[in-house]
Write a protein that binds this ligand. Structure first.
Ligand SMILES: NC(=O)c1ccc[n+]([C@@H]2O[C@H](COP(=O)([O-])OP(=O)(O)OC[C@H]3O[C@@H](n4cnc5c(N)ncnc54)[C@H](O)[C@@H]3O)[C@@H](O)[C@H]2O)c1
Length: 365
């Protein structure tokens, strides 16, 4: 790809103005690296509501309309329902626009390859943003592990409890496409939220050579099952093992400004451990990161542990990257395929009764 960095603010369009726009927009606010020139959504109501913040931006009810308008756009913030990712992104790239896409990239490897091929054919950048890699407590966890303060790493443990009481409202329309995803075998916990969790493992400890999983299901309303209880274990190429357990506590109230996930990330080292106590929700009211070593506990009280800040910083990183082209994209489309393969290996393992699956052994087509 022959990417040329911009020497002026990037002209950006938001495509999809639903729930997660509220967080993604934070990377664009008060940011001299960008000029928001267009807003696209089939909902007139959402266009009207979102345009209040960007009075200079033009509004469109479809990307076809935007492309036909002649308005100059450099990059798109793609906040589309997951089932529209593949064709939507191929169309956006085909219009000559760089794309910052939400996760999960898509449901299968051949579709991911089609998206990557479209980026190459159009000489555009496709980024699959991973905001968790910008969450300050997790960044500090990584720095702590790399500092050697807890000794050589013995293992990685993540915990996720899905609760449905508390947090912000999610529009019913979002559940429609989530249901479609579930019917396609890509559950909201293992695949949608799981994308983030598996990404943190790859980010911290590198490639994975074997995955074993036991994916369960719980009927939450008649006819609708969510993918818990689930346990996924894996081994990285460097021998470090990880485990992620997912459980449901539907009646548990959790204070949250966003989704009501009760989450934990813990790295055990040979001298101590480092643990992130929460992320999306405000579960445990302890400092968001605690590090224990040699009989002493260090507690980090001043980290920016508002989950929304991870969207702000991921967005800023992208817009700055378009100016410089330097450093990692976090993630590139190719790195996102590693996350996809990790998740697909978990499905393949569970279907085979929990046997070990090498993500690289999954067929490309
Ligand atoms: N990073 C995270 O933690 C995180 C959290 C939630 C959602 N997401 C991702 O963000 C994306 C959007 O999720 P959401 O929760 O905002 O969904 P949503 O359903 O609330 O919003 C989607 C929006 O896209 C619009 N839309 C539908 N078809 C369109 C089209 N053809 N062109 C333009 N707009 C169209 C809808 O009208 C709606 O406003 C998904 O990929 C989801 O996985 C990421």
């Amino acid at each position: 790809m022959t990417f040329t960095p911009y020497d002026r603010p990037v002209r950006a369009a938001f495509v999809g103005l639903g729930r997660i726009y509220d967080l993604n927009v934070r990377g664009y606010r008060d940011n001299p690296d960008v000029e928001v020139v267009a807003l696209v959504d089939p909902s007139e109501e959402r266009l009207e509501e979102r345009q209040l913040e960007w009075p200079g931006a033009r509004t469109f009810t479809s990307t076809e309309e935007l492309a036909a308008s002649g308005l100059e756009v450099d990059a798109v913030e793609a906040l589309l329902p997951i089932p529209l990712h593949v064709d939507g992104v191929i169309e956006l790239l085909g219009n000559g626009w760089h794309v910052n896409l939400q996760k999960p990239m898509c449901n299968d490897v051949p579709d991911a390859q089609r998206m990557i091929d479209a980026a190459r054919a159009n000489d555009r950048v496709l980024r699959v943003m991973e905001n968790y890699l910008f969450y300050e407590p997790l960044r500090k966890l990584k720095a702590t592990v790399e500092s050697g303060d807890i000794g050589a790493v013995s293992g990685y443990h993540m915990k996720m409890v899905g609760s449905s009481r508390g947090g912000w409202d999610v529009p019913l329309s979002s559940y429609h496409w989530q249901l479609q995803q579930m019917q396609n075998g890509r559950g909201i916990l293992v695949f949608d939220d799981g994308w983030h969790k598996l990404a943190t493992a790859l980010w911290l400890f590198g490639p994975v050579r074997e995955v074993r999983a036991w994916i369960g299901g719980t009927e939450v309303v008649p006819g609708i099952s969510v993918d818990a209880p689930t346990t996924i274990v894996w081994e990285h190429d460097n021998g470090i093992r990880g485990v992620w357990d997912i459980t449901l506590a539907p009646d548990m109230y959790l204070r949250s400004d966003y989704y009501t996930n009760d989450e934990r990330w813990e790295v055990t080292g040979q001298r101590g451990y480092a643990r992130v106590n929460r992320c999306t929700g405000r579960g445990i009211q302890q400092p968001s990161l605690e590090v224990y070593a040699d009989g002493e506990m260090r507690a980090f009280h001043a980290l920016d542990d508002d989950w929304a800040s991870s969207f702000r910083d991921s967005g800023r990183h992208w817009l700055r990257w378009l100016h410089t082209g330097d450093g990692p994209l976090l993630w590139s489309a190719e790195q996102a395929v590693d996350v996809l393969r990790f998740a697909l290996a978990a499905y393949a393992s569970s279907e085979a009764g929990g046997t070990g699956i090498d993500p690289a052994s999954l067929p490309d087509a």
